[in-house]
Design a protein around this ligand. Structure first.
Ligand SMILES: Cc1cc2nc3c(=O)[nH]c(=O)nc-3n(C[C@H](O)[C@H](O)[C@H](O)COP(=O)(O)OP(=O)(O)OC[C@H]3O[C@@H](n4cnc5c(N)ncnc54)[C@H](O)[C@@H]3O)c2cc1C
Length: 165
């Protein structure tokens, strides 16, 4: 994504291998991106702004210095429920929020969707999360307004505006 806007792109990766779709990897390998693997950014330096990244490569005592103006740090993530733990919602394995088929938690008015939820047979994928959001939002709407319809209708059911003659 950065290639069309950057003068050059260098990827520094701490392992030799990447965990990604093989087609994406092939695309990167074919591109002008420089891949530095088994490596770590040791230092970022510059006077008023970033000018240089210092990189150490496993098995080499010499540090590599690369001129650079921007860094995108993709360092992984830590899943942490934080203050959610104090809301009284039922958790599973102390990591996931238990929901029913309407995405309700045990606390009235609190709904959940996506990777955070847990129920028997849960599959943590993007498509599942999208579906759960639609379920949660429509059930939350009925919770707020019990006269509302759970099923919102299809966008294709919308009345088309007449085409001007
Ligand atoms: C390496 C990897 C590869 C994957 N590949 C695929 C794939 O190919 N296809 C697929 O369908 N699924 C894939 N998944 C699963 C997919 O990424 C998830 O199912 C999806 O991202 C879940 O979306 P989400 O919005 O529920 O959660 P997330 O995408 O995790 O979003 C939750 C967001 O909440 C933020 N957050 C967390 N705590 C707080 C807080 N206390 N306050 C504010 N914000 C907070 C997080 O920073 C994050 O941005 C992959 C997952 C991983 C880890």
């Amino acid at each position: 994504m950065l290639l069309p806007v950057a003068t050059s792109v260098t990827v520094v990766h701490r392992r030799k291998v990447f965990r990604a779709h093989s087609a994406t990897l092939e695309e990167v390998e074919r591109s002008d991106i420089e891949l530095i693997v088994d490596a770590e950014v040791k230092e970022l330096s510059g006077t008023r702004a970033l000018e240089q990244a210092t990189i150490s490569i496993k098995g080499s005592d010499e540090l590599r210095h690369i001129p650079c103006q921007r860094v995108v740090a993709a360092l992984g993530f830590i899943a942490n429920l934080g203050p959610l733990r104090e809301w009284g919602v039922e958790l599973h394995d102390n990591r996931h929020i238990v929901v029913d088929s309407a995405m309700r938690t045990n606390v009235s008015g609190i709904f959940a969707a996506g990777d955070i939820t847990d129920y028997d047979g849960k599959v943590r994928l993007i498509a599942v999360g999208f579906g759960e959001v639609a379920t949660a939002v429509n059930n939350a709407a009925v919770h707020l307004d019990p006269t509302a319809q759970l099923f919102p209708g299809h966008s294709t059911d919308e009345q088309q505006s007449p085409i001007p003659a």
